[in-house]
Design a protein around this ligand. Structure first.
Ligand SMILES: [Zn+2]
Length: 467
């Protein structure tokens, strides 16, 4: 027994054996920060955060690195459109990324390297590739000589000749072979640039991940993750760059999460059906979004719709209700010495089933089904006339443990009662009369946190819940 991971490289589930016992080195491709993240970007963030949490639950010491692409064509274009500059745009959306993913229960990586902070390592990487004969300069650009790398296409299972038939040299590109890809781009007039041995320019996209993985984790890592759309060409190119230079496998396990469709349609600019996490978390409990994502196995496609999101909410609430009922019963249960063997056994079995499914390529969908089963059993137990404090405590602890692995909290948000709101508003009025504006503002903020909006009207202060 042990953890099995589906490896895109071998197209099969493999027993997870890390390079170094007890340690996991993990690299996950992060976003290009030119906009708020959409629901498709949220999926890898949640999926690989859950993989990390589970590996930690299984006592691995996980080192987790995820990058920010903070300079590229999209950022340059966005900066131009917004009348801003690349660093300002990047800073804004990196901040928003942390805010949005934190709301989704995603833990920060051990490091979030940025391209603009990794330029020396990237230049050194490219120089060494040129020295080894895997790359060449052409009028200020540098390209990777794809045919020189034996094994190109091995991750996406394509032969070099299949790839050749689809490749073109675009206008303005100076490469020798259509399959070659850019490592360094000469700067156009007015563009952001760095000095390099090949003149003013900036890195191509793929090279950053090779340079960052090497810098933070070394030549070989355990798990490389990302969305399915990154397998080709991005990850194929990462492999070519890293393995050509390091002469060692870049990653032992390659993991890719599936796509997200919106109302059964592909998410695309032209359809205008982008769902931004930033907007979504304003309307929807972020825990429901996380639960919704994890209710599907990470390699399967997800269809996103308001209806399905509501179904997920109902599901999560069923589990939360059991949990709350247990908590309530705990406060009134006596410490009875009674036969609880059957229930202790249930806790043990539920944990075992949960682990067995998570061990099987992180099957969160099945793991969640065990939470449902367990909450049903807990409800049955709560029907009994006499319940034991010890059993209830064990039930609550198991819920906390297993939900925690999935990054879920089962506490319901505490909601203020109407009377409590009225009392606070009265207190605020009094504070204002006494010119104690600090206290008045404090109350306003406290209410705002609970989504209560105050309106000053001619008839006095009115309030409403902001949903
Ligand atoms: Zn990458």
């Amino acid at each position: 027994m042990g953890i099995k991971i589906y490896n895109t490289m071998t197209r099969q589930k493999e027993l997870f054996v890390p390079l170094e016992e007890g340690k996991v080195k993990m690299y996950v491709c992060g976003p290009t920060v030119y906009n708020y993240i959409h629901i498709g970007n949220a999926r890898p963030a949640i999926v690989f955060d859950t993989v990390r949490k589970y590996l930690e639950y299984r006592d691995y010491d996980v080192q987790f690195i995820s990058n920010f692409t903070d300079v590229d064509d999209k950022l340059i274009k966005a900066a131009k459109e917004m009348g801003s500059d690349v660093p300002t745009i990047a800073e804004k959306f990196i901040h928003a990324y942390h805010e949005d993913t934190c709301a989704l229960g995603v833990q920060k990586a051990d490091a979030h390297p940025r391209v603009t902070e990794t330029i020396p390592e990237i230049i050194e990487f490219i120089e060494n590739l040129i020295k080894k004969g895997f790359a060449y300069e052409a009028a200020g650009d540098v390209y990777f000589k794809t045919r020189s790398f034996n094994g190109y296409g091995k991750l996406s299972h394509q032969s070099i000749d299949d790839l050749r038939s689809g490749a073109r040299i675009e206008v303005g590109e100076k490469k020798e072979d259509p399959l070659d890809f850019v490592l360094w781009k000469a700067a156009k007039d007015g563009e952001i640039y760095w000095e390099s041995p090949w003149g003013k320019g900036r890195p191509g996209w793929h090279i950053e991940c090779s340079a960052m993985a090497k810098k933070y984790l070394g030549d070989s890592i355990d798990i490389h993750g990302g969305g399915q759309d990154l397998a080709f060409p991005h990850h194929e190119n990462e492999i070519a760059q890293s393995e050509a230079l390091n002469e060692a496998p870049m990653a032992k396990y390659w993991m890719h999460n599936g796509y997200i469709n919106i109302d059964n349609e592909k998410m695309s600019k032209s359809l205008g059906n982008f769902v931004l996490v930033h907007d979504l978390v304003q309307q929807q409990d972020p825990q429901v979004i996380r639960f919704f994502m994890l209710a599907v196995h990470y390699r399967n496609p997800i269809n996103f719709s308001q209806e399905l999101l509501e179904a997920a909410e109902a599901g999560l609430n069923r589990i939360r209700t059991s949990y709350e009922n247990l908590k309530h019963r705990l406060s009134v249960s006596a410490d009875l010495a009674m036969d609880s063997e059957k229930w202790t056994q249930l806790v043990k079995e539920t944990r075992e089933k949960f682990i067995a499914d998570m061990d099987d390529d992180f099957n969160t969908a099945n793991a969640i089904s065990h939470l449902f089963d367990f909450s049903r059993e807990a409800n049955v137990y709560l029907q009994e006339k006499n319940t034991s404090k010890a059993v209830i405590t064990e039930f609550i602890a198991l819920f906390d443990e297993l939900a925690g692995v999935l990054g879920l909290t089962l506490h319901k948000e505490e909601e203020l009662l109407d009377e409590e709101i009225d009392a606070l508003i009265q207190e605020r009025n009094q504070a204002r009369k006494e010119k104690n504006f600090a206290r008045a503002d404090e109350i306003r903020d406290q209410l705002k946190e609970q989504n209560i909006i105050l309106e000053d009207t001619a008839q006095g202060v009115r309030w409403k819940r902001d949903r």
